[in-house]
Design a protein around this ligand. Structure first.
Ligand code: 5RP
Length: 231
């Protein structure tokens, strides 16, 4: 069973949570894209929902599928956000931002009554941090911000460098908001709340990829004997 099959299985289960008239946050990444694909099929079948996309990529995908879209400016309160994650622990704490959409993802999730994570069960971890933590920063003063971030990381009991994320063409990855991403390779984050607060204290940090106390449920799909088991 491929990773794509597992992502689709988690996405299909999340679709069961969608009810007519719902205001939905639409996540970013391959698992969220599988959900948006399935949602598009339901919309073609007559389901009426409205979505707020968490990235330009998701906006384009959803528009192409005929899903009605709006913005948080027009609709500041959502019922449900469905999104992927890079890591999830047993307290529903997440690392997100592998697709560089963490800022909009966090704004949309926090504007929603519920945020449900969909993922391959391989994303479940005992302790966050093996996945490099994305930190979205303003370009102004980048070198100074980077030093301050390194200090915040060390003060939080973590070790590891935060390096600029580059695109295949060698240029920095730019987010939809016009910022850049530093990926902190920490290996392990003993106290995510402490690290999150320390990062927030650094001027120039726009957002970090620790989603703490935001997700309300996780739908994880595992390959059990060649079949997708969704929990
Ligand atoms: C994008 C994200 C994604 O949700 C996360 O990277 C998971 O992506 P995928 O479903 O492709 O594994 O946070 O910023």
């Amino acid at each position: 069973m491929s990773g794509l099959d597992l992502r689709r299985a988690a996405a299909a289960r999340a679709l069961d949570l969608v009810e007519p008239g719902m205001r939905l946050g639409l996540g970013t990444g391959s698992t969220a894209a599988a959900f948006v694909d399935l949602l598009g099929e339901r919309v073609r079948g007559g389901l009426d929902v409205v979505g707020v996309p968490t990235s330009e990529a998701t906006r384009r995908q959803a528009e192409g599928l005929g899903i009605r879209l709006t913005t948080l400016d027009s609709l500041p309160h959502l019922d449900l956000t469905i999104d992927g994650a890079d890591e999830v622990d047993d307290r529903l704490r997440l690392i997100k931002g592998g697709g560089a959409a963490l800022l909009r993802e966090k704004i949309v999730a926090c504007a929603s009554d519920r945020m449900v994570v969909i993922a391959d069960a391989a994303k479940r971890v005992a302790r966050l941090g093996a996945f490099p933590l994305p930190i979205e920063v303003n370009l102004f003063g980048l070198a100074a911000t980077q030093i301050a971030i390194d200090e915040a990381i060390a003060e939080s009991g973590c070790t590891g460098p935060a390096t600029l994320r580059l695109a295949p063409d060698g240029n920095p990855v730019m987010t939809d908001g016009g910022h850049v991403i530093l990926d902190a390779r920490l290996g392990s984050i003993p106290d995510p709340e402490r690290l999150g607060a320390a990062l927030w204290s650094v001027p120039g940090v726009v957002e970090h990829g620790l989603f703490l106390g935001i997700a309300t449920a996780a739908i994880l799909a595992a390959d059990v004997g060649g079949r997708a088991e969704v929990t």
